[in-house]
Design a protein around this ligand. Sequence first.
Ligand SMILES: [Zn+2]
Length: 426
Amino acid sequence: MSKQTGGISQHEQLMTAGESEGAIKPTRFSRGIHGPPQSHYWFMQIDCPHKTWYNMGMRMTYKYRLFPASAQRTMLEHTLEQCRLVYNRTLAMRKSAWEQGQKPVSRYDTIKMLPVWKEELTELKYVHSQVLQEVCTRVDLAFRHFFRRVKAGEKPGYPRFKGKGWYKSFTYPQSGFKLLDNGRLRLSKIGDVRIKLHRPIEGEIKTLTVKRDMFGNWYACFSVEVEPQPLEPSPDVVGIDVGLSDFATLSTGEKVANPRFFRKEETALAKAQRRLSKCEKGTVEFRKYKRVVQHIHQRIANKRRDFSHKLSRKLVDTYQFIALEDLNIQDMQDGNYRSMNKSIGDAAWHQLVQHISYKAEKAGRTVVLVDPRNTTKECSDCHAIVPKKLSNRVHSCPFCGCVLDRDLNAALNILARGLASMGANP
Ligand SMILES: [Zn+2]
């Protein structure tokens, strides 16, 4: 659940106080936001020439796999099902009030109904009370979203009832859970569930959401409030170009090679998909290969996340200022966009931008997204436009005689544009 609105008002004061405070400078983005995931951040838009977004309070989510025993699994499933029933009841109550033109039903009104429903639906007593209250909050958010869109003149879909299997998570908003020392997570009304804490949680835990994925695996997602932890300032700046033959090229001349798993997993995926397409829908074989395809997708996501975390950590530790291409603007005329089968690489790049952005914010570093148009053609020395084909691996300027690696030239342009947008001379 997004806490955006609350976050903004909470931080409004901080914003108007301006940046002359000098303490920790928020990360800047020169354009829009395809950076950090919205649900993890609170944003505040300021009208300024560069459409700067400021990230304020930071929410992060730590996700861990749960290994419930079979009785616990039953309880988890049961909890989801009870939450679904409460969701639908809450929705029905608000819907009928709205349709009959009665006094609007608030979140509080629906929460007050829970004890009444508990007498009727005895199974509800096996679910933590705050978890059920949070279901009412979800319905409330769905309605708020609906009314906001109606107000904006859109035609939104009315909040929907959840069919069986369509309710996939429940949340402990404050209490009812505890991390134990023995590798288990205590969940009220469910038990001590084994958890794999593959990395430590940093920050203050606010809420816990328990999720089931499409394979029936369970996860614990802790929403954590993080204090910025500024690093020692670094004098170094960098521009980064997304490459074709390499994953990225830095303006320092350093290259980041495409991880080997890109190609390997792409091949594995293509093979599994070919097999799947040969199976008839609904057969045992079809289901089997569908599962294989899903597993490969999941494996790719894990490897990609790991790669991105490591690379972004290294970059943010090293550089005070990082300029990246804004891939929301496609560089079509340049013939430089990644037309090859680079689905894994593209997704990896977007994830890297996200990871760099939130790590930079935490560390007091600056990130700028720049317009990528003509970054390849422009000469980084004399700024003349030098057309080149995709196969031209070297930038050779007929105007000033500058000869550079094609991607390094682009990275230098990206850095220059980033610095220029900050009002600095490259
Ligand atoms: Zn030149």
